[in-house]
Design a protein around this ligand. Structure first.
Ligand code: EPZ
Length: 435
């Protein structure tokens, strides 16, 4: 079993280049199932979630040609399967984004069957809004025995107006993918506005779809007969960038975070500035520096453009050493997203969770300990805490982290961190999920 060992307390210096956005990649790869022809994807992150999805597509009959570490050519023209075969169930159960295969297969074949998705386990993760949208487009959707089945009632989908009762990234993406070839016009109201929603729309449009309004709260889609091949470069990962920014806030130092879109980081940058961290924006980079004491701050997560829930654990790790009391409120997920707090407290943090909020009493410094990555972003928070802590931190269950961060150990080492990955003899398998 791999674990990370960190000798903390060293400020970070240098430059880190951000990879393509995980949550865009895990939507765009399944969406490529809709494309007839060769679809070239650039700036794909090299993480296990994308690897899993590419393996599933290969099994379904797609030609997958890795051009280099971040570029792949996908040809799904001859894919015939409208159900995920049992050999793939283990993979589809591991990741959240496998449910986008439902939208894609339904859109392409009028039928789809796969397992219920996995995903980071921070409480109940309903999919009622996905079902509402796909049903409105003319599908019968059933959930039974851990499987999702969807059948277009008359063989194909029809455009409709759909109002999402809850702003959901996943439901917005699934309905968008399914609707691109539905007959007529689909209007989805109260949609998510995350940068990866816009990226998916741009990808679909560059393959011949007609999707408008992504980035606002109404998306309008005029169905086209089919999508054609093309080339598309994914946006950089705003959460990966935010994680390195948070790390320098916690450990101190001065770094340049490059290959980013600063606009996507505004919520994170302004919160860090409030915490006495200098953030200077360039065209496609930010300079981040912290050499004075941190200031306490309150954070409440919200759908984009609000403060991202996927940065909540990392910011809590930073605030552990900010004098005074900080309050971090989780308003997207349940308090199940605070499971990692017990791990931070093992490192000497003083955090109490009440309802949806974590109350953080700042301490002078954290102390290294053996902790585990409870999920992807919780794992990133442990890395940040370990970098800031005095002494040695060991992080277990790092598979979670590697599902969403490309070469996190190599990137932190290049910034001067003393972090390494060691392999220890295997323990009995534990369930693992991400996304
Ligand atoms: C996506 O999850 C991301 N995952 C998550 O990132 C992220 O935390 C989340 O969006 C919010 O930004 C992927 O993109 C693969 P939602 P998703 O549907 O789509 C409720 C990470 O670390 N809801 O926007 O599953 C739901 O319970 C991961 O990269 C319903 O009630 O999230 C939650 O409270 C973790 N019914 C809220 O909406 C539904 O049908 C937002 O969920 C769907 C969701």
């Amino acid at each position: 079993m791999e674990k990370y060992v960190i000798h903390g307390g060293k400020p970070l210096h240098g430059e880190v280049e951000i990879s393509g956005a995980k949550n865009a990649a895990v939507a765009i790869i399944p969406a490529a199932l809709m494309v007839h022809g060769v679809c070239r994807l650039e700036n794909l992150p090299e993480i296990s979630d994308t690897d899993t999805l590419l393996r599933i597509l290969t099994y379904l009959g797609a030609k997958v040609n890795m051009i280099n570490r971040s570029t792949v050519e996908l040809d799904c023209t001859h894919v015939q399967m409208d159900l995920i075969p049992d050999q793939m169930w283990d993979m589809t159960r591991r990741i959240r984004a496998s449910y986008y295969l439902i939208g894609a297969m339904l859109g392409r074949f009028g039928r789809a069957r796969t397992t219920m998705p996995g995903g980071c386990n921070f409480g109940i993760r309903p999919i009622d809004q996905h079902i509402k949208g796909l049903t409105a487009l003319g599908a019968d959707v059933t959930l039974s025995g851990g499987f999702i089945c969807a059948n277009a009632r008359d063989g194909h989908l029809h455009g409709r107006t759909i109002y999402l009762d809850k702003v959901s990234v996943g439901a917005t993406i699934n309905i968008m993918i399914a609707a691109v070839t539905a007959e007529g016009r689909t209007v989805i109201e109260n949609v998510a506005r995350e940068p990866h929603i816009v990226d998916l729309a741009n990808f679909l449009n560059s393959m011949g779809a007609d999707v408008r309004g992504a980035g606002t709260d109404v998306i309008k889609i005029r169905g086209v007969k089919q999508l054609h091949g093309g080339s598309y470069a994914l946006i950089p990962d705003q959460i990966e960038a935010g994680t390195y920014m948070a790390a320098v806030a916690a450990a101190g130092g001065s770094i340049r975070v490059s290959n980013i879109i600063p606009k996507h980081l505004e919520g994170i940058s302004s919160k860090l500035q409030e915490m006495n961290v200098e953030v200077e924006e360039g065209d496609d980079y930010v300079l981040v520096r912290r050499d004075g004491p941190l200031h306490n701050a309150n954070i409440k997560t919200k759908p984009y453009p609000g403060f991202p829930t996927d940065m909540q654990p990392q910011m809590t790790a930073v605030l552990c050493c900010a004098p005074g009391v900080s309050v971090v409120t989780e308003a997207v997920w349940s308090s199940g997203r605070f499971k990692y707090v017990a791990e931070l407290n093992k490192m000497g943090a003083h955090i109490e969770v009440e309802d949806q909020s974590a109350f953080i009493q700042g301490v002078d410094s954290l102390t290294g300990a053996t902790v585990r990555a409870c999920d992807l972003r919780a794992g990133a928070a442990m890395v940040i805490a370990g970098l800031a802590a005095q002494g040695v931190t060991q992080i277990e269950d790092v598979l979670y982290i590697e599902r969403g961060y490309q070469d996190i150990v190599g990137k932190f080492r290049a910034l001067g961190a003393d972090i390494r990955c060691i392999d220890e003899p295997e323990e009995p398998a534990r369930g693992w999920n991400a996304g």
